[in-house]
Design a protein around this ligand. Structure first.
Ligand SMILES: NC(=O)c1ccc[n+]([C@@H]2O[C@H](COP(=O)([O-])OP(=O)(O)OC[C@H]3O[C@@H](n4cnc5c(N)ncnc54)[C@H](OP(=O)(O)O)[C@@H]3O)[C@@H](O)[C@H]2O)c1
Length: 244
């Protein structure tokens, strides 16, 4: 029987770490992102821009056409891909950027989760959704209006779906995970923002200079352990920093 992970944004950063760790532990891993890695081990890669909902729906449908419910023991979806969008106070952000950032961080997880639940209806395997959220869901940072709002929305998605699925026989279990501060392109982007546009920038420069950032591999291993040890409870919001 196959253990399978479907992950958005498995091409870089935390998502790449998760893809590697689950693959190393015997999972078939299927990643969805705009860029694909040339010399990638056995991770199956589907190029797709999460802001294109038609393409996204087509991609998820295509992925499921290659899965076999009679040969699957665990199927886990990671809604991991994310974007800060333009980092600036709200009045300085274009409508297009607001809309795109919401699509990547919130609409795509809603759509992918919806299709995941629909397509796995009646499957006997363990079914899980893990949403990679952020402490920004509960801490308002100036200049991160879309990021904070979409992560708060993602956590509410976790709570609502948990409630819906609890009533269903072998329903999907869903959890939000805050990965902490991790050394990825996204963090570099944060540090490279001007103080004028992002008042908290020094806090993130300090994290970096003090060596306080976790590596994607470390965080991925921690998430894997929490998953395997049954710590990712249905409907819960988990901060990995509380489990060190
Ligand atoms: N790094 C941190 O400190 C930190 C802290 C808290 C939460 N998080 C969360 O962790 C998750 C991963 O972040 P990260 O730090 O690993 O970021 P990252 O290194 O910038 O990677 C982002 C991933 O998302 C994918 N992605 C972005 N826009 C996309 C689009 N339009 N369509 C398809 N894929 C897209 C990227 O793939 P392509 O570029 O190939 O499309 C990439 O694989 C995010 O949800 C982020 O909010 C990160």
């Amino acid at each position: 029987m196959e253990k399978i992970v479907i992950i958005t944004g498995g091409s870089k950063g935390i998502g790449h770490g998760i893809a590697e760790v689950y693959h190393k532990n015997g999972y078939r891993v299927i990643s969805i992102s705009r860029t694909t890695l040339k010399k990638e081990y056995a991770v199956e890669q589907y190029p797709c821009d999460l802001t294109d909902l038609q393409q996204l729906e087509k991609t998820i449908t295509e992925i499921f056409s290659h899965l076999d419910k009679t040969n699957t023991s665990i199927l886990t979806l990671f809604n991991n891909a994310g974007s800060l969008g333009t980092v600036n106070t709200l009045e300085n952000i274009s409508a297009e950027n607001i809309s795109n950032t919401i699509q990547i961080n919130l609409t795509a997880p809603l759509v992918v989760s919806s299709l995941f639940i629909k397509f796995t209806k009646g499957w006997d395997c363990k079914k899980r959704i893990i949403n990679i959220s952020s402490g920004a869901a509960i801490n308002p940072y100036g200049s991160w209006a879309m990021y904070c709002s979409t992560k708060a929305g993602l956590d509410m998605l976790t709570k609502v779906v948990a409630k819906e699925q609890k009533k269903i026989k072998n329903g999907v279990k869903i959890t939000s995970v805050y990965p902490g501060v991790v050394d990825t392109d996204m963090q570099e982007e944060v540090r490279n923002t001007s103080k004028e546009n992002f008042k908290s920038v020094q806090r993130f420069i300090d994290f970096y200079e003090k060596g306080a950032l976790a590596t994607p591999k470390q965080v991925a291993e921690q998430i894997y352990e929490l998953d395997m040890n049954g710590k990712l409870k249905n409907g819960k919001i988990i901060d990995v920093r509380n489990y060190k």
